[in-house]
Each structure stands twice: as C-alpha cells, then as structure tokens.
Design a protein around this ligand. Structure first.
Ligand code: HEM
Ligand code: HEM
Length: 167
C-alpha cells in the first residue's frame, strides 16, 4: 500500500496529538493528585482535541476504508486483521471525539479565543457520555499499543513498513 504525502502528514499529526491526549488525559484522570495540573491538562486538552477534529475528518475522507480494495479475494487472515484494527482505530477516535463534546458539563472554551455553550444540559446525559468517553479511550489506547507493537515487530523482522508511512 502506497500513501500520499497528505495521508502521511495527517497520520503523523493525528498520531502525535492522540498519543499526547491519551497519555496526559490518563495521567490527569487516574494518576495525578495535583488539582491545578489536572485542571490545566483538562482545559488544554479540550482545545487540543477540538483542533484535531477537522484534521481527523479530512483524514477519514482520504484514508478511511481505502485498504479494502486491495483485500478483495485475499484468503490470508493477517491482512484482514490489520485492516480491521485500522478501521477500529478510526471508529474509536470518532466515538472518543463525539463523547468528549457531549460529556461537557461546562462551557467549551477553545484556547481562550471562542467559547461554545455545552451541547447538553441534562446531568444524566453528560454523565452517560462521560461513561462512554473513558472506556472508549481505553479501547483506543489498546488498539494503538497493538498497532505500534506490530510496526516494531515488522521492523525487527527486517520488513521496514515505517518508511512507507514516514518518508
Ligand atoms: C508512534 C506511533 C505510530 C507509528 C510508528 C505508526 C506507524 C504506522 C505505519 C508504519 C503504518 C503503515 C502500515 C502499513 O502500510 O502496513 C501505519 C498505518 C496506520 N496507522 Fe499508524 N503509527 C503510529 C500511531 C498511530 C496512531 C496513534 C493511530 C491512531 C489513529 C494510527 C493509525 C493508523 C492507521 C489507521 C493506519 C492505516 C493507514 C491509514 O489509514 O492511514 N497510527 N502506522
Ligand atoms: C481523540 C480525542 C480525545 C482523546 C484521545 C481524549 C482522551 C481523554 C482521556 C484519556 C481522558 C481521561 C479519562 C479519565 O479521566 O477517566 C479524557 C478526559 C476528558 N476528556 Fe477527552 N479525549 C479526546 C477528546 C475530547 C474532546 C473533543 C473533549 C471535549 C471537547 C474532551 C473532554 C474531556 C473531558 C471533559 C475529560 C474529563 C477531564 C476533565 O474534566 O477535564 N475530550 N479524555
């Protein structure tokens, strides 16, 4: 599979942003006890994740499901599994983005430039989306770990797929 420059740039941009959001988000949510740091990460990450949204939408347009054509007729399970994991990564990012917006129980402040009202006012509904956001982040983190381990395994066995996506 060959990737266009746009696909490579969008992959690198979303990989960096998503890895930052997952690591800092779980650190703030589950590990840190520093209230000021938790608030800072919470506020920063709302703006960072909203900045990612249009780029990720563009990425969905240029990449989502594109590997399917090359798979038709393939009997080997492995390429189908890789395609499935890639597709699930896209699906979980979309669920995480949407649940993030709908879980907001306060106004959405974008880098102190624009403020949007929270879309839902019912505490039951924001709570429901909050209960979707955290496990969806967990699934995404697991899929990304699997993805990166697979890339490293390929690299170590002499098949450089890194070059395909990063050069
Ligand atoms: C350090 C982190 C990462 C590395 C080294 C990496 C590496 C790669 C490589 C080498 C490929 C090409 C695989 C092939 O052609 O067989 C690829 C594809 C892909 N990666 Fe990553 N990746 C990383 C992070 C991520 C993250 C965080 C996501 C989450 C959305 C992601 C989603 C994808 C998807 C969906 C593909 C399939 C091609 C596409 O649709 O763009 N990757 N990655
Ligand atoms: C790909 C995008 C996103 C990723 C990877 C991500 C990741 C995370 C993670 C790992 C947590 C910690 C989970 C926990 O504490 O249980 C978290 C919490 C949170 N996320 Fe997201 N998130 C994303 C998008 C969004 C969006 C778009 C919004 C809202 C605009 C949002 C709002 C929140 C809020 C409000 C919290 C709870 C922490 C707080 O109260 O500040 N997230 N997110």
């Amino acid at each position: 599979m060959k990737y266009s420059t746009l696909q490579k740039v969008l992959h690198a941009l979303s990989a960096l942003t998503i890895i930052w959001l997952l690591m800092s988000g779980f650190y703030a949510g589950l590990i840190s006890e520093d209230a000021a740091l938790k608030r800072l990460i919470g506020e920063l990450n709302v703006s960072v994740s909203l900045s990612l949204a249009p780029f990720f939408l563009l990425r969905l347009c240029v990449s989502f499901g594109r590997g399917y054509g090359a798979l038709v007729g393939v009997k080997n399970l492995m390429p189908w599994l890789v395609f499935f994991v890639h597709t699930m990564m896209y699906v979980s990012v979309v669920i995480v983005l949407i649940s993030g917006v709908f879980m907001m129980d306060r106004p959405i402040i974008f880098f102190n430039v624009v403020t949007f009202p929270q879309p839902l006012s019912s505490v039951d509904m924001t709570g429901l989306f909050g209960r979707i956001h955290t496990p969806a982040c967990g699934v995404l983190a697991a899929l990304i770990t699997l993805h990166v381990v697979a890339v490293i395994k390929h690299q170590l066995s002499g098949q450089s797929i890194i070059k395909r996506m990063f050069s």
